[in-house]
Design a binder for this molecule. Structure first.
Ligand code: UD1
Ligand code: CA
Length: 456
């Protein structure tokens, strides 16, 4: 293979999205469009990687400022041809193949793009365009071929002449070009067209008029090359990508009871024999181990889950770590920085925040555990509240191994409960409890005999 440079076009605002957020930062299956395109580009191990940014360029740069890529600024968005021209100085001394990708064409597979580059290089083409055939080609530039199938020109929809709209082969916006030809040809572009823009597509006509070899490489699956211009396109692409993700996991040994209502983000990892029930959301950088069961209606975000874990119905979990053989839910809420050690159990209507819950420890019902370090084999009974907030600051609760906390107890932090202590039900504990002690703090019960049945 020749040297390869990839240019990703990502400067457009995306007017048709009608959004305050630049188009390339809109997510598909939890990952911004540009990140998907960057993944694809990197899979080709290019010698150079250039991203053309413009609209909200600082926001884009912040998210993707990794060392292997070079950003160039297109101050004014004067069209796709102008965008590539802007990348020229960054590739001044480059010789070889330039692959142009659009950040708004994010579903392209590695397989297709590799075949495309191969056909460009083996065909000794000066220019190749990736095309597809659509039932409804409206909105796309059309490919005009000559008698021998060679590519003559691409015409934008708004510049078509009467009758030409019926051409169904369209430009996907993906190109391979010889660097030397590309940057010379761009200098000759004009903006005399319906949109008053410098169209990259016009260099196809330049190539054919100079007798250079220009080819169209037709790809079969039109979904892979769909461009995202509106929120309708975004929803359609989301459905496609989610189906692909679900299929990949099923082929790897994960059971999805109902793939259509299981939402798995792009980056999620799932171990074999794990079962996902309907209506689950696995989001962000979440990973699940083997043999887990995630019951209906769970939402799990940026969380690492071990093996043999059961998350019962309707639990909401974010930024947490769950070790092997833990049981959570139903209706549990794990908030950021929760660590559930092996074999622990967090039951219904229990909320945990920024806490470590030790091995084999149980909090089965109706409790709030926040800013706590809880040891091993602790029992936290129903209705326990860790009072961590005094209105100004958060304070820690420390519970050592083997403690038993009776029902309806408040532990007012900062507080420490020593090893094997017992807290009597209904207590409000404000002072440290030493190891092996029983602490009770509640008014003694008094039973008064009633004088008459009618009047007390
Ligand atoms: C473009 C093609 C069209 C093709 C379609 C495929 C041109 C003139 N038209 O049209 O033939 O069928 O893609 O999806 O190339 N961009 C910049 N700077 C600019 C303008 C655009 O970086 O000044 C970037 C955008 O961020 C986007 C890409 O280029 O990623 C395509 O731009 P867009 O305006 O969406 O072009 P289309 O009208 O879709
Ligand atoms: Ca587009």
């Amino acid at each position: 293979m020749k040297s390869l440079a990839v240019i990703i076009l990502a400067a457009g605002k995306g007017t048709r999205m009608k959004s305050d957020l630049v188009k390339v930062l809109h997510p598909l299956a939890g990952t911004p469009l540009l990140a998907l395109t960057l993944d694809l580009a990197r899979s080709l191990r290019p010698d150079r990687l250039v991203v053309v940014v413009g609209s909200q360029k600082n926001l884009v740069r912040e998210q993707f400022g990794a060392g292997d890529l070079l950003f160039v600024d297109q101050e004014e968005q004067l069209g796709t041809g102008h965008a590539v021209l802007t990348a020229g100085p960054a590739l001044k001394d480059f010789q070889g193949t330039v692959l142009i990708l659009c950040a708004d064409v994010p579903l392209l597979s590695e397989e297709t793009i590799k075949k495309f580059i191969k056909s460009h290089e083996e065909g000794l083409n000066t220019l190749s365009v990736l095309t597809t055939r659509l039932e409804n080609p409206s909105g796309y530039g059309r490919a005009f071929r000559g008698e021998k199938g060679q590519l003559l020109r691409i015409v934008e929809e708004k510049d078509l002449r009467a009758g030409e709209e019926t051409i169904r082969e369209i430009n996907t916006g993906i190109y391979c070009l010889e660097a030397q030809f590309l940057f010379l040809a761009l200098l000759g572009l004009s903006d005399q067209n319906a949109q008053k823009e410098y169209y990259l597509t016009d260099i196809v006509a330049t190539a054919s008029s100079q007798g250079k070899k220009a080819a169209a490489y037709l790809t079969e699956d039109p979904m892979e090359v769909m461009g995202i211009n509106t929120r309708l396109d975004l929803a359609k692409a989301n459905q496609y990508l989610r189906r692909k993700i679900a299929e990949r996991h099923m082929l790897e040994g994960v059971t999805l009871i109902d793939p259509q209502t299981t939402y798995i983000d792009h980056q999620v990892e799932i171990g074999g024999d794990t079962v996902l029930y309907p209506n689950c959301y696995l989001l962000g950088k979440t990973s699940l181990g083997k043999n887990c069961r995630i019951e209906p209606g769970c939402k799990i975000t940026d969380t690492q889950v071990g093996n043999f874990v059961t998350i019962k119905a309707s639990s909401v979990i974010s930024e947490s770590v769950i070790e092997d053989r833990v049981e959570v839910g139903p209706f549990a809420h794990l908030r950021p920085q929760t660590l559930l050690r092996e074999g622990s159990r967090i039951g219904n209507f229990v909320e945990v925040k920024k806490s470590v819950i030790g091995k084999g420890t149980k909090a089965n019902h109706l409790s709030y555990l926040g800013d706590a370090t809880v040891g091993e084999k602790v029992n936290i009974s129903a209705g326990t509240i860790f009072c961590n907030y005094d209105g100004h600051k958060k304070h820690p609760t420390i519970i050592e191994d083997g403690v038993f906390v009776g029902s309806n107890t408040e532990l007012v932090a900062p507080i420490k409960i020593g090893r094997n202590a017992i807290i009597g039900a209904g207590s409000t504990i404000t002072k440290e409890v030493p190891p092996d002690h029983l602490a009770v703090s509640r008014t003694r019960q008094v039973n008064y005999k009633r004088r008459s049945r009618r009047k007390d």
